[in-house]
Design a protein around this ligand. Structure first.
Ligand SMILES: C[S@@+](CC[C@H](N)C(=O)[O-])C[C@H]1O[C@@H](n2cnc3c(N)ncnc32)[C@H](O)[C@@H]1O
Length: 250
């Protein structure tokens, strides 16, 4: 994908659940931070499920009409680009349910997930933005939507049980250098008293982040262990893993 600037583009809690391997029921009552949240509906939907979620994005100082205009522009641009490059995407097989088991003859039964078409993906992600805007416009704007930018977060050490960051790190490695990635990961780890999950672990070409080993080694030296975990998700080809950071207690 050609991403000259960071796009204001977001996904649903359902999609987050898949690419972060989340158990939303198990997160009830827990403090969860979504960094680089954009117009994702994760935080709005999580609140409805009793999760104490907070979202961070540099654009959360903007009024709802400005964000709605930005969504219109960025979504149109993204879907045009995606439709022009279908080979970069993996689709759910014909006739398979959005969630369930693929029991095709001659194949071991396996979970089916994902989108059947660009139209389905577009409808889902536009629904995410609509839910986000409604929540942002309502009582959530000054409470659970916080304007901030990596690599600095305005939260106390260990303030969250789980910290998530999707589609910023690694995807924009041409814009943010190695030092930025290291400082950003260390900052995500600082505000978590549990895990940090980062997805995907590849660039806009679907290839693994080339500096991953060095990043993990330098985080290890700072006291944060890490692992790359496979997830049951892959829409953009190459996005079937997440990076899990485990900050160690002092
Ligand atoms: C592609 S969106 C991802 C939205 C959401 N996390 C998802 O996966 O659906 C990337 C977001 O990162 C935000 N962003 C850009 N620079 C950032 C920074 N330095 N720190 C945090 N967020 C940033 C952008 O405003 C944009 O909303």
């Amino acid at each position: 994908m050609d991403l000259p600037a960071v796009v204001f583009f977001g996904r649903t809690l359902e999609e987050y659940t898949r690419f972060f391997a989340l158990d939303p029921a198990g997160l009830r009552g827990r403090a969860v931070l979504d960094v680089a949240a954009g117009p994702s509906s994760f935080t709005a939907e999580a609140h409805r499920r009793g999760i104490d979620a907070v979202a961070v994005d540099p654009l959360y100082n903007q009024p709802p009409p400005a964000l709605a205009a930005r969504i219109r522009e960025d979504y149109a641009r993204m879907f045009l680009q995606m439709r022009a490059k279908p080979r970069l995407f993996k689709f759910r097989g014909p006739g398979l349910p959005a969630r369930g088991l693929d029991r095709s003859p001659g194949r071991e039964a396996r979970a089916t997930t994902g989108f059947a078409s660009f139209d389905e993906a577009e409808a889902d992600r536009r629904a995410a933005a609509t839910r986000f805007l409604a929540d942002y416009e309502g009582n959530g704007r000054h409470g659970r939507y916080v304007r901030a930018s990596l690599p600095l977060l305005p939260f106390l050490d260990g303030a969250f049980d789980l910290v998530l960051c999707a589609h910023l790190l690694f995807v924009y490695a041409a814009r943010f250098d190695f030092a930025w990635h290291l400082t950003a990961c260390a900052e995500l780890a600082r505000v978590s008293n549990g895990e940090v999950r980062i997805h995907p672990v590849c660039g806009p070409d679907g290839k693994p982040y080339p500096e991953l080993d060095r990043l993990r080694a330098e985080l290890g030296a700072l006291g944060t262990t890490s692992a790359v975990a496979r997830v049951n998700y892959e829409f953009f080809a190459g996005t079937s893993t997440m990076l899990v950071l485990n900050p160690q207690s002092p």
